[in-house]
Structures are given as C-alpha cells and as structure tokens.
Design a protein around this ligand. Structure first.
Ligand code: BTN
Length: 323
C-alpha cells in the first residue's frame, strides 16, 4: 500500500477521532513532513480529512468516500489489488488496458465517476459521482470458452446477495445479469474477454459491475428514469455503505469464482430469478414474440414456452423484457 493508503486506513479505522501527526508518523515509520504531504495529497484527491493543529487529523464520522483502504479493511479474502481513481471513461477499458500489459488476476479498478460507462449491447451506463459503485476486476480464468457465461452469472448471484446483506433490500436477478430491486434495475454487469485464437482459450476477462447505491442529484436522465432505481434513499443511507458493498461483492464473487466449474453460484442464481413463471417479450432482432418463462437450465440458459412449444434461449443471442 502507498503512504496515502496507509494513512487512510489508520484514519478509517478510527473514523471521527483525531490522530496526531506524530502518532501517524511513528506508526508508519515516516517523518511528520511525509505525513503532512500525504494528507495534503489526500485532500487534493477529494478526501474530507479535517486537520486541527496538535490534535492531528481525522475523517469525519459520516465520511463516505470510497477508498482502497476502506474497502480493504472490510475484505475477508485478501487477494484483490484495489485501485480507486477519481474519474475515468470506463473502468472496463482501463482494466483491459492493464490486463494487456500483464496486470495480475484480481486487479480491481474502481472509479468515483465514469464519463463513458458502458453497458451491454452498446448501451451506456450512467455513472455519476458519489452515488454508485463502478468497478472492474481483471480475471485470468483457466476455463473453456463455453463456461465464460458463468463469470457473469456468478457475479450476478454474488452481487445480489451482497446487496441484500449490506442494504437489506431484496435483490432479484433478471436473466441474464441485471439486478432488480422493487421492479427497478439497480445494477448492471458487463463481462468482456480476450480470446487466444490459436488455443481457443481465454487470455483474460474483465468483469465490470455498476451499482446505483444512492439517488443521483436531480434524478436519472430521461431515457432511463422509468427503468433505473437505487438502493438507498438519502434518509436511510448509512455512510460507508458503498465501501461495505464493494467489499461484500468482491468477497462473495471470489468464493464462487474459485470453484466456477462446480457452479456453486447456481442455486442462488436461480432462486433469485425474477422471470420464472412470468410472461416476457423475447427481443428477437427480426421478430419479437411473447413467451412464458419456465426456468433456467444448468447452463444458465432460459427455458421458455411460446405458442405451445418449448424452447431454450442462449444469452448471447437474445434478451427479454418483462411484460
Ligand atoms: C448493463 O447494464 O448493460 C451493464 C452495465 C455495466 C456497468 C459497469 S460500471 C463498471 C464497468 N465499466 C463500464 O464501463 N461498465 C461496467
């Protein structure tokens, strides 16, 4: 961890309390000038650190800044390398660039805001400052391409469970990888992969997850306002929820990912489906049609019945809309 991250971790662990510059310096084996410089850098990065002469420095008890230190201090699985940037185009693009340069598995890039957040099927993902969590994980799975969908479905199950544990909201999964709470989409997942054409295996995958945690100032843009939702109202938002949620998603995902081929996520994934038993429109590019969802098979494909005939839908081919 860098000096800035070490200082943040100490302040995070005693949020609301002052820690003197001298104490920080001696705990970290630094000079007081080095501490002062690191704190100034953190303030420039937007952290609301308060300074009070000889009392030292503190993070306000209600500080809500997403920081690597705050996330790390809450993680159970210490395998992730967490990097948090203030602003970026898309954390998926950043993670892909890092993966190309050889960054290790479990490198995480999170951003306070994205200016070109990407969704599935060429859509945008609205990512305003401070209200959501937007992050990508570099993965280097040794799995056949046929199992690559399980990265996304495991992530959906992991995220839904984390949402419920951290915020208490019921989280359902709309096949294949959207998470809904009370009829509104609160999370989207976009997995991108690079394939080695010679071996037919995956060089790396980038798993991108965006969660709308708080209501954005001024609401969602017109084009998504009927579909998009958030997890916490301003009244019930507890500071630190975003860090806790990010840590919980990473931990849950890691547990599923390390035994991906055994599909330990599957029962959770199916039990959270909001489509089973519902009428949907299958958004076939040439001829959309109505169907009833019967279930989800062991390959995470959707089992439907349309015009009295049973059919199996593959996520790569079509998406569905609830009627
Ligand atoms: C969707 O809803 O279609 C998928 C949305 C995925 C959004 C996340 S936010 C972090 C990562 N970076 C991106 O540009 N997209 C993903």
């Amino acid at each position: 961890m860098t000096t800035k991250e070490n200082i943040l971790l100490l302040l995070e662990n005693r949020k609301g309390e002052y820690i003197s510059g001298e104490q920080l310096a001696s705990q970290l084996g630094l000079s007081r000038t080095a501490v002062w410089k690191a704190v100034s850098g953190l303030k420039e990065d937007g952290f609301e650190i308060e300074s009070a002469g000889r009392l030292g420095y503190r993070l306000p008890a209600d500080s809500d800044m997403l920081s690597a230190a705050a996330v790390e201090s809450r993680l159970k699985n210490h395998v992730f390398g967490i990097n948090i940037v203030h602003e970026t185009g898309s954390t998926n693009d950043d993670a892909k660039a890092l993966a190309e340069k050889g960054a290790p598995e479990f490198t995480v890039i999170a951003a306070h805001r994205q200016t070109r957040g990407k969704g599935r099927l060429g859509r945008k993902f609205y990512s305003p400052q401070g209200t959501g969590i937007y992050f990508s994980i570099i993965l280097r799975p040794d799995i056949p391409i046929t199992e690559s969908l399980y990265i996304t479905t495991a992530a959906a199950a992991a995220t839904a469970r984390a949402i419920e544990d951290v915020t208490g909201r019921n989280a359902g999964i709309k096949w294949v990888n959207d998470i809904f709470a009370d009829g509104k989409k609160v999370c989207g997942i976009l997995t991108e992969a690079s394939i080695d054409m010679e071996t037919g295996r995956m060089q790396y995958a980038v798993l991108g997850i965006g969660v709308n945690v708080r209501s954005p100032e001024g609401g969602f843009p017109d084009d998504i306002k009927n579909v998009a939702g958030y997890l916490c109202t301003p009244e019930d938002y507890v500071p630190g929820t975003r860090s806790r949620l990010l840590a919980a998603i990473l931990d849950n995902f890691y547990d599923y990912y390390r035994q991906l081929s055994m599909k330990t996520f599957f029962d959770e994934y199916v039990s959270r489906s909001i489509l089973i038993g519902k009428e949907v429109t299958v958004l076939h590019p040439d001829h959309p049609y109505t169907a009833i969802v019967k279930g989800i098979d062991e390959n995470c494909r959707l089992l439907i019945s349309a015009d009295g005939k049973d059919a199996v839908l593959d996520s790569g081919e079509v998406s569905v809309k609830l009627i």
